[in-house]
Design a protein around this ligand. Structure first.
Ligand SMILES: [Zn+2]
Length: 202
């Protein structure tokens, strides 16, 4: 390792992948704001590196979400997280992943949380339908977004009544952020029904 570090202080190759590993590591850490002086190597604080990596990852995500057309990222950062996503949350496994173990129950909830769902908002991406034309095939009352499926589509009015515990305590106006804060097992049971209805051709 000492030899590698000594090599790394020599002028680097112009192609990063051909630089010595220590030089690549130092460059990667520098990009995240952690300085690694290869001339005077010191132990790196693991917590500082983890913190810098998380902050960097969060900034990448936030920057990407502000770009035009990044509607799925905006759904996740602004809708599901309500703008509260921070570096610590990024490194924390979502509670529903531990609570809802069965894949078939977990998938519809994950799909609605991530925006990669079965509705026209998502399927319209596949055939490049303009976003404003990805209307709900059940009611035609708007773009079939996650918000539409959960709160607005009349097709699921009786379902909302059946799961009134998920709706009656939500503050007005209803937000996806508040909705997804509720007990994961109950959310999974609710989310599975619209997904199953579409899968079954209803
Ligand atoms: Zn609808």
């Amino acid at each position: 390792m000492t030899a590698s570090v000594a090599l790394a202080v020599a002028p680097g190759h112009r192609i990063p992948a051909r630089q010595p590993w220590a030089q690549q590591l130092a460059a990667a850490l520098a990009a995240m704001g952690v300085q690694l002086d290869l001339h005077q190597p010191q132990p790196v604080c693991k917590a500082a590196v983890q913190s810098a990596c998380s902050a960097w990852q969060l900034k990448q995500l936030q920057d990407a979400a502000t770009r035009e057309g990044a509607s799925k990222l905006q759904h996740y950062t602004q809708g599901v997280w309500g703008g509260t996503l921070d570096a610590a949350s990024l490194g924390t496994r979502a509670a529903y992943l531990a609570v809802v173990r069965e894949r078939s129950r977990r998938a519809p909830l994950a799909q609605l949380r991530t925006g990669s769902h079965w509705g026209a908002e998502e399927t319209g991406r596949w055939d490049k339908t303009p976003p404003e034309q990805r209307l709900c095939s059940h009611c035609g009352g708007g773009v079939e977004t996650v918000q539409h499926v959960i709160f607005d589509c009349p097709l699921y009015a009786s379902l909302r009544t059946r799961f009134s515990d998920l709706f009656c305590l939500l503050p007005e106006p209803h937000t996806l952020h508040a909705f997804f804060q509720q007990p994961p097992a109950r959310l999974a049971t609710f989310c599975r029904i619209p997904q199953a209805a579409v899968a079954g051709g209803a």
